[in-house]
Design a protein around this ligand. Structure first.
Ligand SMILES: [Zn+2]
Length: 266
């Protein structure tokens, strides 16, 4: 693809083929643990919802004044040469906590994402229902967010869309079946191996833009990599993730002239 011309393309979501995940199943050994209550007062509904985040704390001002906020509605894109996302993630036990605003899979140190010359550490994995990123105004049924941090304090989020379909991603099934449903609940399956690498679809083309954290304090900048192809999951398990997260998508934010790039492996 020629990088010299900045042309604008309409975009659409591709349906990726099934990811043949390698099984890491182990006998179930989960147990519920108590999680500490969250001190922050923001939420996704009502008086502490997204429209009011900036009013809740001076530290949340960027949620209103930021000019590069996330998520966005992607409608036109500029092609750039393919620069592959290279996740080098480690397997670890499934350890997840429901904080009342969503479900976080706790990440052990040592998982790395390389993109070109950049190298990030994977720090967090969580879910949004519905998906936060819009493509031509349409959200995925759900999204996985893989949050990364590099040595210089720069953040990057990789988004894996989840759509209902007949070819479920087996690593995602393993996690979704066990997510803690109640606020404050934590599960720790020491015998159950997971690897976030297996949550990627085989087609790793992506959209890239500069945004923010999509929740308070809404800090900028954050580099977003949004995979164009989804992974599939049975509707029942998407419903289970929805019960765990309770609906946690921030509305799309103004683009303010930011370019959105598309990087495809062909
Ligand atoms: Zn997120």
């Amino acid at each position: 693809m020629m990088p010299t011309r900045s042309c604008v393309h309409p975009v659409g979501r591709a349906l990726g083929p099934l990811l043949l995940a390698v099984g890491l199943a182990a006998p179930l050994g989960g147990r519920a643990l108590a999680a500490p209550p969250s001190a922050a007062a923001w939420s996704y509904q009502g008086a502490t919802g997204p429209a009011r985040w900036a009013d809740l704390s001076p530290g949340f001002a960027a949620c209103r004044t930021g000019q590069r906020q996330s998520p966005i509605d992607i409608r036109t894109v500029q092609p750039i040469p393919y620069e592959p996302l290279q996740p080098r993630y480690r397997s670890q036990p499934l350890d997840a906590v429901n904080d009342g605003r969503g479900v976080n899979v706790l990440i052990q140190p040592g998982s790395e994402l390389r993109v070109g010359d950049l190298s990030y550490n994977l720090t967090a994995l969580h879910f949004h229902v519905p998906g936060e990123t819009l493509i031509n105004g349409v959200a995925a049924a759900a999204e996985i967010h893989l949050v990364h941090l590099d040595r210089d304090g720069r953040h990057a989020v990789v988004v894996v869309p989840i759509q209902p379909g007949p070819h479920p991603n087996s690593a995602l099934v393993r996690i979704a079946e066990r997510l803690p449903l109640r606020a404050g609940e934590r599960v720790n399956y020491r015998q159950l191996g997971i690897n976030a690498l297996l949550l990627f679809p085989p087609d790793r083309g992506y959209y890239r833009y500069t945004g923010s954290f999509a929740n308070p304090p809404c800090s900028e900048p954050v580099t977003w990599f949004i995979l164009a192809a989804p992974v599939e999951l049975a509707p029942e398990l998407i419903g289970r993730i929805a019960r765990a997260t309770g609906g946690n998508a921030r509305p799309a934010q103004p683009l303010n002239g930011r370019p959105v790039f598309v990087s495809l492996p062909h």
